[in-house]
Structure formats: structure tokens, C-alpha cells
Design a protein around this ligand. Structure first.
Ligand code: E4P
Length: 294
């Protein structure tokens, strides 16, 4: 078991309470949990239902999601459980907000996940005023992170922003650079947004998140189990992250941009192809659990 907890809070990235419990037993703690529609669709009970021809109605899928997060909630520490609203590319902020308000009542330690889109940011801006904790997901650019900062300024609770490392790597860009750039940009800020490094695919991503002092990291159980099996290595003081693909090809660096965090959030260019694709994938995975007529 781990003797000294890292400064970075560790969240299990998954949708299965048994898995969270297993990780907790091997680490001795779990600070939090992140979920999303794809991860909930992979939950063993949900999968079993689909395999036996009993796909869910949208109400049953909602009930299932609630049951899953209610089981996970008491297992984790103060980083809470992130619950994602259902949003396609046309979902207005008001719709996301009403889902967020409802989901926030499910458990005492909820964070509501909204996408880094115009409507998601609008929902977040109102949510923080209502003291609903938020986690801004599908972040792929420094501009999106700047917009999150500006839209949630004044929040009484820490706001999470989730840059997706692995999905940038997948297209040849160095996702860890995005974490580095956002952390550097936020150094000029008031500290209300915490960086939750997400889409972590391998041990080196985890070590880089630690080395960069990411406030939080969302990690799949299999990476945490690998970390445990290697006796919880931590980055040494001279740790350097090797920005290469799994086949050893170098990843393209992402350069830092000077952005003024005091600008209105609407003035940042928040469009990113991977945010759009990410929403489409969540919608497809969510729909795959539903009855045809639902
Ligand atoms: C966490 O909030 C994200 O949903 C998750 O890390 C995405 O990871 P993936 O890119 O491996 O799907």
C-alpha cells in the first residue's frame, strides 16, 4: 500500500463501483471518481442487461447512473464524484443546467460535468452562482481553459477543468504540453480552477501529471493497478517526460499562448474538433444502451 499520498489527488476514471473498491484496497485510498457516458455504458450490469436483450429506457439509464454514483460516492475522498450531463451538439445550456441541478442532488460530493462548449460554459457560469460544483470536460486547448477560468470567476468552490491528454496524443500532439501550458497560464490567476489531468493512458502520463503539480488526475483502474504493481513510483526531481507515441514516434509540441484571463469568456476561441468528436462519441455510447424506441 502507498505510504505517502501524492499531492495530486487521484480519481478513478471509470463507471464500476467494484473497480473503485478494488483500487481503493490496493492504494489504501481514492480521492475521487470521474464518470462519463461511455464509462457508464461499459458498467458490467448495464452491459449484462444489453446482452440479455433488455436495453434501457432513458429513465432506466438515468436510474442506473444514479445508482452507480451513489454506490461510488461513499468510497471516495474530498475530490468527489464527477457526473456528466447528457449533451449532444444542440443541447442548450438550460437543458444541461436542469440535468445538472438534478444530478447535484444525487450525492453530497457531486461535481457536474459540462463540455467546454459555448452552451456548456453558459451552464457552468450559472451553476457556480448556484453553488453547484462543476468539472469542465473535453478540454483540448488553452483557450478553452482560459474561458473556463473567466466563466467561473467568483466560484466559492474549486472548479475543475479536464484537459484530455491521451486523445491529443492519439492525433500526434503532446497532450502533456497542454497540462503544462494551462498550469503556467493559471499561475497568473486566483487559483479557483484546478487542473484535472484526464484521458490518462499510461504510467508516464501519471508521473508527468504529478511532476507538473496537476491538482488532480483521473486515471483508469488498469493504470493505477500498474502503478501499484510497480510499487508506486514517483517522478524524481529531474524527471523528464518523453513525448513519444506508443511506437516511439515523437509527439508534436503544443506551444504556449499568452492569454489574458481577465477577458470575457465569450471572447476566447473555444472551438476544437476533438470537443465536437468527444460529444458525438458520448452520445453514441449513451444511445447504445437505450431501447430503440427510447
Ligand atoms: C475523464 O473525465 C474523461 O472522461 C476520461 O479521462 C476520458 O478518457 P479517454 O480519452 O481514455 O476516453
Amino acid at each position: 500500500m502507498l505510504t505517502k499520498k501524492p499531492k495530486t489527488k487521484i480519481l478513478v476514471d471509470g463507471g464500476d463501483p467494484d473497480e473503485t473498491l478494488r483500487v481503493k484496497q490496493s492504494l489504501g485510498f481514492v480521492d475521487g471518481q470521474t464518470t462519463n457516458p461511455s464509462l457508464i455504458a461499459k458498467n458490467p450490469e448495464v452491459q449484462q442487461r444489453i446482452a440479455s436483450g433488455r436495453s434501457l429506457t432513458s429513465q432506466e439509464e438515468q436510474d442506473e447512473y444514479r445508482k452507480i454514483v451513489q454506490t461510488i460516492s461513499p468510497l471516495v475522498g474530498d475530490a468527489g464524484v464527477s457526473i456528466e450531463v447528457f449533451a449532444d451538439l444542440d443541447t442548450p445550456a438550460e437543458d444541461m443546467l436542469s440535468q445538472g441541478r438534478e444530478m447535484f442532488t444525487w450525492i453530497p460530493n457531486a461535481y457536474i460535468k459540462y463540455p467546454c462548449t459555448h452552451e456548456g460554459l453558459r451552464a457552468a457560469e450559472i451553476s457556480v452562482r448556484e453553488q453547484i460544483r462543476v468539472n469542465m470536460t473535453l478540454c483540448f486547448s488553452q483557450e478553452q481553459a482560459a474561458a473556463v477560468y473567466a466563466a467561473t470567476k467568483g466560484s466559492k468552490e474549486p472548479v475543475y477543468v479536464s484537459p484530455f491528454v491521451g486523445r491529443l496524443d492519439d492525433r500526434g500532439e503532446d497532450g502533456i504540453d497542454l497540462i503544462k501550458n494551462i498550469k503556467a497560464m493559471y499561475r497568473n490567476g486566483d487559483g479557483h480552477v484546478h487542473v484535472l489531468s484526464a484521458s490518462i493512458r499510461q504510467l508516464d502520463h501519471l508521473l508527468a501529471a504529478f511532476a507538473l503539480d496537476s491538482e488532480l488526475v483521473a486515471v483508469p483502474a488498469k493504470v493505477l493497478e500498474k502503478w501499484a504493481a510497480s510499487n508506486f513510483p514517483m517522478p524524481s526531481r529531474d524527471f523528464t517526460y518523453k513525448a513519444v507515441t506508443s511506437s516511439g514516434e515523437p509527439l508534436r509540441p503544443i506551444s504556449y499562448k499568452e492569454l489574458d484571463l481577465s477577458r470575457p469568456w465569450q471572447s476566447f476561441d473555444i472551438n476544437h474538433e476533438l470537443t465536437t468528436k468527444g460529444i458525438q462519441k458520448f452520445v453514441a455510447d449513451y444511445r447504445s444502451t437505450l431501447k430503440r424506441s427510447a
